[in-house]
Design a binder for this molecule. Structure first.
Ligand code: 4GY
Length: 255
C-alpha cells in the first residue's frame, strides 16, 4: 500500500482535535493508514520556567502575541518527523483554500500545519519557519485550529481510498465547478412529499442527464458566478437555456 499522507499539527490546544480524527470518515482513514495525523503540543517546547507561550506585544496594544521561541523549537521537532513537508500557517492573510489547492496538498507526502492563537504570531516565525499561509475564508477565528481541521478534512477527501472506491471526490460539488444536484433516499413518500419520478425508473442515461441539469440549475440559482469558470459542454449550454426558459415561464405565469 502507498505511504499515508502525514500531517503534523502544531497547536497550543491539541485537545480541540479529539473527535475530528477519530470519528467518521477521517477516523476510518487514520485507522486504515491512509492518513497519519500527529498532534504536537507547542507548550512543552517553551524554554521559560512557567512554559509561557505568549507575551505582550512590543509597541503596546491589546492582546497577547505568540512567542517565537516555543513555536520555532516545536517546528524544528516537526521537521525532524517531516523533513519534506510544506509548512503551512493558517491565517486570514493567506491564499484562499479551494478545491484546486486541496487537491494539490493531497498530492504531497507531508504537511506541517501551524495554528496561531491570541492576537497573532511573532512575525519572525512567519518570516523564517513557514513556507506559505493559507486562509479558509475572510473572517477571523480565535485560533487557527478550526482552520487546520477544515484544511485536513477537505484535503483528505482527495487522498486515494479515503472516500472508499466507489465514492469519487471528482463526482461532487466544485470538482467540475458546479454545485451538487438534489439527493433523495427512502421513503419514496414522506407524508406526501415525493421523490422526482425519473430517479425511480432505473433509466441511467435519463438520471445522469436529469442530475446534470439540476446541477446547472442549482449553480445558476445559488452561485451564478461559478458558471463563468465552469467547463461547460454544448449540451450543458442547451440545458441552461432550457432552465432560463423554465424560470421565465414560471415567473410570468405567477403574475
Ligand atoms: N480565517 N483562515 C484563519 C484564522 C486565526 C491570526 C491568531 C482563517 O485560516 N485561519 O482566522 N486564524 C488566527 C488569525 C491571529 C488567530
Amino acid at each position: 500500500m502507498s505511504d499515508p499522507l502525514r500531517i503534523v499539527i502544531l497547536t497550543l490546544f491539541p485537545e480541540m482535535f479529539s473527535g475530528v480524527f477519530s470519528t467518521s470518515i477521517l477516523g476510518r482513514a487514520c485507522e486504515q493508514g491512509l492518513l497519519d495525523v500527529r498532534l504536537m503540543d507547542i507548550r512543552p517546547y517553551s524554554a521559560s520556567k512557567h512554559k509561557n507561550t505568549d507575551d505582550y506585544p512590543f509597541g503596546g496594544g491589546a492582546g497577547m502575541v505568540m512567542m517565537a521561541q516555543p513555536v520555532m523549537d516545536a517546528m524544528k521537532a516537526a521537521e525532524a518527523v517531516c523533513p519534506d513537508a510544506r509548512r503551512i500557517y493558517l491565517g486570514p492573510r493567506g491564499k484562499r483554500l479551494d478545491t484546486a489547492l486541496a487537491r494539490e496538498l493531497a498530492a504531497e507526502k507531508e504537511l506541517i500545519l501551524l495554528c496561531g492563537h491570541y492576537e497573532g504570531m511573532d512575525q519572525r516565525v512567519l518570516d523564517t519557519c513557514v513556507d506559505e499561509e493559507i486562509s479558509i475564508g475572510d473572517y477571523i477565528l480565535t485560533g487557527g485550529e478550526p482552520a487546520a481541521m477544515v484544511l485536513t478534512d477537505c484535503v483528505s477527501r482527495f487522498v486515494p481510498g479515503v472516500l472508499g472506491s466507489s465514492d469519487s471526490p471528482e463526482e461532487e460539488s466544485f470538482s467540475d465547478g458546479l454545485l451538487e444536484y438534489p439527493q433523495y433516499t427512502r421513503p419514496r413518500d414522506l407524508n406526501g412529499l415525493s421523490v422526482p419520478e425519473v430517479l425511480l425508473n432505473g433509466d441511467h442515461a435519463k438520471i445522469r442527464s436529469w442530475r446534470r441539469k439540476e446541477s446547472l440549475r442549482a449553480t445558476l440559482r445559488f452561485r451564478p458566478d461559478l458558471l463563468e469558470k465552469a467547463s461547460l459542454t454544448e449540451e450543458d449550454r442547451k440545458m441552461l437555456r432550457e432552465i432560463e426558459k423554465e424560470m421565465s415561464d414560471s415567473c410570468s405565469s405567477e403574475s
